[in-house]
Write a protein of this length. Sequence first.
Length: 119
Amino acid sequence: MSDFAIKVRNEEPVRVLELKGYLDAHTAPKLEETFQDLIDKGSHNIVVNCRDLSYISSAGLGVFMAFVEDLREKQGDIKFSNMSEKVFNVFDLLGFPLLYEIFKDEQAAIEKFSNKETE
């Protein structure tokens, strides 16, 4: 069984998802449920902190693709932070840096949402 955990924090106007462990076909449904719950509750600005994410598969990446269009239609988005080189290489291989903003640290990603509101 894959080890995976999600911690959700409120950093107004953003929800931060801290991912830990292995995000793969077995654990992706847990992330899907979290995204759906956030959207249902009106949270559309999401930062995914990947500091403790050890591994991501194409199934894990598919979760982000499944929800980003809905979030953007609601004037929200998904931004990523704190990726290890190993995880970034998977994102990069599939062209994700062209689709999503990726930040070195979480605070920069949160501030990007805050700046958007004042533009």
